[in-house]
Write a protein that binds this ligand. Structure first.
Ligand SMILES: [Zn+2]
Length: 392
């Protein structure tokens, strides 16, 4: 039997946060929910945010299996009744006694030692040292390109200056800013169907010129595609991994154009074969497709966050589906936790449980030895990420 209890966890995808303090059950529900709408969402749709509408949204958020599981994890940790009120009372008391100590003990319970944070959310970016000071675990920042692109588009500069500023910002972040990798969410913007020929410098110049002249059309996609290619070149120069969002996300995501397979042409193109690319969220619900890519493309990796924990019981299916093709040394654990420390905690508990179950099933199926399964567990939870990001 595989034993994951004492194994360390490196969470390679989450978003930084500062002490959220004591929260009411309603605030906690709103902060941790993956979907389920918001006041703003309803008001933009012409629905007045009355008491009953608020109750409706709260119910939607609390009725997900993900949320029920998180309350169970917290209740078990505090040894209280499995209700949101009891779990929150205990949590608030622990936070009031000392936030850092609370997180230290919570994360120690799940084995979390290191978190790779995408500092591109929330915006404006949090201060890295402030986040590190509050959290008693190792923090690894990565640099998201889209806020930089948005910033540069606001400036009245031509292509030469634009590209120089883009390169300088990324080079500086990686060489001096403490960032250990790059991230792109182009799937949220213009989609993953990026032609490798977008790397030609002329495409960037032509696209920016068209945008400046208000021509629109496909020019924004051309510019973003070019800048993604450039970011991958810089990732190779600095020898750091490139995380690319694939699969589900917030409600704005293009759920069709986020399929990992749209990246095939780009990732197999000779100029980019040297880049270590992590398919974030393993493209869930297209995780089998991402696993195939991790199999046939030597430097493509998959990462299970967001499916785990927000797709709740799919955690078992995600590990099973991914393992069918992705090599064990190319599967990484992640949560996509945000805003409060509890999502990262509950996700690690669920991630460990599902991983142990699926590896035990592989042993039963005579697919691998027990020793292989045990070392795969350690690799998926921490070892692979440590190698990729050069940790410890
Ligand atoms: Zn994320």
């Amino acid at each position: 039997m595989v034993d994951v209890r004492g194994l360390p966890v490196v969470d390679i995808h989450a978003h930084p946060f500062l002490n959220p303090g004591v929260l009411t059950p309603e605030q906690f529900t709103d902060m941790t929910a993956f979907g389920g709408g918001s006041r703003e969402y309803m008001e933009e749709g012409g629905v007045a945010f009355s008491g009953p509408v608020n109750a409706e949204l709260q119910r939607v958020k609390r009725e997900t299996l993900y949320f029920k599981r998180m309350i169970l994890d917290l209740a078990a940790y505090f040894d209280v009744e499995p209700t949101i009120e009891s779990a929150l009372d205990a949590r608030n008391m622990a936070i009031a006694e000392g936030y850092r100590e609370y997180v230290r003990s919570l994360y120690a319970d799940a084995g979390i030692t290191t978190i790779v944070f995408d500092f591109g959310i929330p915006l404006p970016s949090l201060d890295i040292s402030q986040v590190s000071n509050e959290l008693p675990v190792e923090i690894v920042p990565i640099f998201r390109i889209e806020p930089l692109i948005a910033e540069l588009l606001k400036q009245d500069i031509g292509w030469g200056e634009f590209l120089r500023a883009y390169d300088d910002a990324i080079n500086d972040a990686l060489a001096h800013g403490g960032y250990k990798g790059i991230k792109s969410i182009i799937a949220y913007r213009t989609g993953l169907d990026v032609s490798p020929l977008s790397r030609t410098p002329d495409q960037g110049m032509q696209a920016l010129d068209a945008i400046r002249r208000g021509l629109g059309g496909g020019s924004m996609k051309k510019l973003r595609d070019h800048l993604l290619c450039r970011a991958m070149e810089l990732a190779m120069e600095h020898n750091v991994p490139m995380q690319i969002h694939t699969g589900m996300g917030d409600f704005e995501v293009n759920l069709v154009m986020c399929r990992p397979s749209y990246l095939m042409d780009l990732l197999r193109f000779p100029a980019f074969r040297g880049c270590r690319v992590i398919l974030v969220h393993t493209g869930y619900p297209y995780h089998r497709e991402a696993a195939y890519m991790a199999n046939v493309l030597p430097r493509v990796y998959v990462e299970v966050s967001e499916g785990i924990p927000f797709a709740s019981s799919a955690a078992w299916d995600i590990y099973d589906g991914v393992m069918a093709m992705a090599p064990m040394n190319k599967i990484c654990y992640g949560s996509d936790g945000y805003k409060t420390p509890e999502i990262i905690f509950s996700s690690a508990k669920l991630g460990k449980q599902a991983l142990a179950d699926v590896l035990n099933t592989q042993i039963e199926r005579k697919m691998m030895t027990e020793a292989d399964a045990q070392s795969a567990a350690a690799a998926i939870l921490a070892g692979n990420a440590s190698e990729l990001y050069g940790l410890g």
